[in-house]
Design a protein. Structure first.
Length: 682
């Protein structure tokens, strides 16, 4: 299935195009250069609201009509933005209460972008009118390929405490709890004298003298994600009505804490994200992009996604903005495809001459494209994407899943924990351990269908609903291998401890219970030592001791084997890693500590061996291997050399033809520095 039917089976290639920032005389050159660079899709109008509607009553679409026609003549399709990401100055002048307010009560003013509250009725009314007009005007234009709602929702302004948000929060709570007593019970308001008598006593969690009610904070995060999503849905519904059949999406930001993208993805026709790995940290950047691609792909199982933005070279918003070395942008583009993208787009087409982003790289920079190495690479990638069209519609099929839940993230990182835990750091570390071994992973919601996986890893899944716990338990009962870690399943969906020994909700499945936590911080240390009784565990864990990080626990075993024990502290000799056999083939492993990178690598290998999962091709460090599979059985193997030196990769029994060179690939594959092959397997 093609993500964008109007691209007729090609991969998407292009970027944000902001013609409203340029004299019209520049546009023909843009269109001509796009054509020669192989561009077939551009995102137009993202920040064009004030150009379209300079005053509440004056509309001008004529310039946009000309842009559409020009692009169409040059074979470039349009992903048309709804332009609602940055309201015109008149919005703040006429409706000052449409501006967002922080937890400290500070109003965020005009002058940048995103200066609106998602709950402002005036903003919403004007946004709806704009979207309806845009939708009606361009629904039938042959250049229209997709709709791009807003832009990076909540990126800069990710919660609002203004008057409209307070009213909306109360309404959201009323529909969740129905009665004020139910809310008092759910929030545990008997604690610290917080029992509410009426809805209008309730506020968003503004800055308070001490730790705010955690359940209130958690609900506010849920509400905030829903409030932005509600705005997205308002725009999407208008587009579906006036422009039926045209796919609707928006650009996500992968692991973006304020928005629950599991809920968002359900409302999107396909997912897309903006990938900005830091060229100053090449090793981290390589994994940072991979993990973002994997999440974005996983959010819509079975479907490709689009990398909606990336930088061709440097960005402008870090403290230190290094350019990408020649060839890295190409390799990163291929990496996006390797991990399931059906399109590669950039911010932006032509570098601005003024404004806050003029030092951000682009597809056409401040110098003559004919003399610009970045533009030459842009054109090379455009030509290569044409050769890779057979990939369109295919996806990556992972056998390993990492459970990830925004609600667990929000709850875990509230205040007053045994030690400050960083959900993202742990998730990234776990993912990286599999990534470095070229074991494909998906990210899944705790209540998702797990039948496609052999191994499911649940790291620090602090908050777990009963349905989520049942889902994980039945995955193991059906023969899967489950690996849960410390700080998992501690509280229910309402942030209430499940009593009787942690992890309340998974105790029976894991066959253990935890009595106390021994967080390590920087001042305490421990190691985990394999007992050596289990040969498979020993093989995968080539050394007997792994360094513990962050957290340890005092574990009691009820119905499990002990694979490793702690060597020190108050828990010397007590279980650190356990395994329970569930039914005939299922396994439930529990790891009672955090690990360093080397430790996670061992644990990932051990868990993969327990589950019988192996990489499609074993390769040396920094050589990324990924497989895309289509419904018709075609299989494309990506081999990406992230090293700045040539490598030679042994192909084992795999054979095929490299689509980039159109040459057969035999026993070994030689790749130059930052080189890549995309092999259609025989
Ligand atoms: C993104 C944003 C773009 C542009 C870009 C610069 O976050 O969506 O509009 O600002 O960053 O890197």
């Amino acid at each position: 299935m093609s993500l964008l039917p109007s691209l007729a089976g090609s991969l998407a290639y292009g970027g944000d195009y902001n013609p409203e920032q340029w004299p019209e005389s520049v546009w023909p050159e843009d269109a001509r250069l796009m054509q020669t660079a192989g561009v077939n899709l551009v995102s137009v109008g993202i920040f064009a609201w004030s150009r379209i509607q300079k005053t509440p009553t004056s509309w001008d679409f004529t310039w946009l009509d000309r842009v559409f026609d020009l692009l169409h003549e040059h074979g470039v399709r349009v992903c048309l933005a709804t332009a609602t990401a940055s309201p015109p100055p008149w919005m703040a002048r006429l409706y000052p209460d449409s501006l967002p307010v922080t937890a400290e009560g500070v109003t965020l003013h005009l002058g940048a972008r995103q200066q609106f509250s998602p709950c402002s009725p005036d903003y919403r009314r004007h946004a709806a009118a704009l979207v309806r007009r845009l939708g009606r005007r361009y629904a039938k234009h042959p250049a229209l390929a997709a709709w791009h709602v807003g832009n990076e929702h909540a990126c800069h302004m990710n919660e609002c405490h203004g008057p409209h948000s307070v009213v909306a929060f109360r309404a959201w709570l009323k529909s969740r709890y129905k009665t004020i007593d139910a809310l008092n019970a759910a929030w545990g308001c008997a604690f610290w004298s917080q029992l509410y008598a009426s809805w209008d006593e309730i506020h968003t969690p503004r800055r308070a003298p001490f730790i705010s009610n955690p359940a209130q904070q958690l609900d506010f995060k849920r509400f905030t994600s829903d409030a932005f999503l509600d705005l997205y849905k308002m725009e999407r519904d208008i587009l579906r009505e006036v422009s039926p059949g045209v796919p609707v999406t928006t650009n996500l930001m992968a692991f973006f804490k304020p928005l629950d993208y599991h809920a968002w993805a359900r409302e999107m026709d396909f997912t897309a994200w903006d990938s900005y790995p830091d060229p100053a940290l090449p090793d981290e950047g390589r994994h940072w992009a991979a993990v973002g691609h994997d999440l974005t792909r996983s959010l819509k199982p079975g479907l490709p996604f689009i990398q909606m933005e990336a930088a061709t070279s440097a960005v402008n918003w870090r403290a230190l903005n290094r350019p990408k070395p020649a060839g890295l942008m190409r390799l990163q583009s291929l990496q996006a495809l390797a991990r399931g993208a059906d399109g590669v787009m950039f911010f932006q087409w032509r570098a601005s001459l003024s404004g806050a982003e003029k030092y951000h790289s682009a597809m056409v920079s401040h110098i003559d494209p004919a003399r610009c190495r970045i533009h030459a690479e842009v054109a090379r990638v455009g030509a290569e994407l044409k050769k890779l069209a057979p990939l369109a519609g295919s996806t990556v099929r992972a056998r390993v899943a990492i459970v990830m839940d925004w609600h667990a993230w929000w709850a875990l990182e509230l205040e007053a924990r045994p030690v400050k835990l960083d959900y993202m750091a742990t998730l990234h570390a776990v993912h990286r351990a599999f990534y470095e071994q070229n074991l494909a992973t998906d990210f899944v919601h705790p209540e998702a269908d797990l039948s496609a996986y052999a191994l499911v890893v649940a790291p620090v899944l602090y908050l777990l609903t009963e349905a989520g716990a049942k889902n994980l338990a039945s995955f193991a009962a059906r023969g899967g291998t489950l690996l849960a870690t410390y700080a998992t399943g501690i509280v229910d969906g309402q942030e209430r401890v499940v009593p009787g020994g942690y992890p309340g909700l998974l105790r029976d499945t894991l066959g253990i219970w935890v009595e106390e936590w021994l967080p390590l911080g920087d001042r305490f240390a421990n190691t985990l030592s394999f007992t050596g009784k289990k040969p498979s565990a020993r093989r995968a864990a080539s050394t007997d001791a792994l360094a513990c990080r962050e957290w340890t626990e005092s574990v009691h075993v009820e119905d499990a084997e002990v694979l490793a024990t702690f060597t020190a502290d108050l828990i010397a000799g007590r279980p650190a890693l356990t395994r329970r056999t569930v039914g005939k083939k299922g396994k439930a492993l529990y790891l009672a500590t955090g690990l360093d990178a080397a430790g996670w690598t061992r644990l990932a290998a051990l868990a993969a061996a327990e589950a019988g999962v192996a990489p499609v091709l074993a390769a040396s460090a920094e050589v990324e291997v990924s497989l895309r599979e289509s419904a018709d059985g075609a299989r494309h193997l990506f081999v990406l050399n992230h090293r700045h030196a040539p490598v030679s990769v042994s192909m084992d029994k795999l054979r095929g033809r490299d689509l980039l060179t159109d040459r057969p690939v035999a026993r070994t594959l030689a790749l130059p520095a930052l080189g890549a092959a995309v092999i259609r397997l025989d």
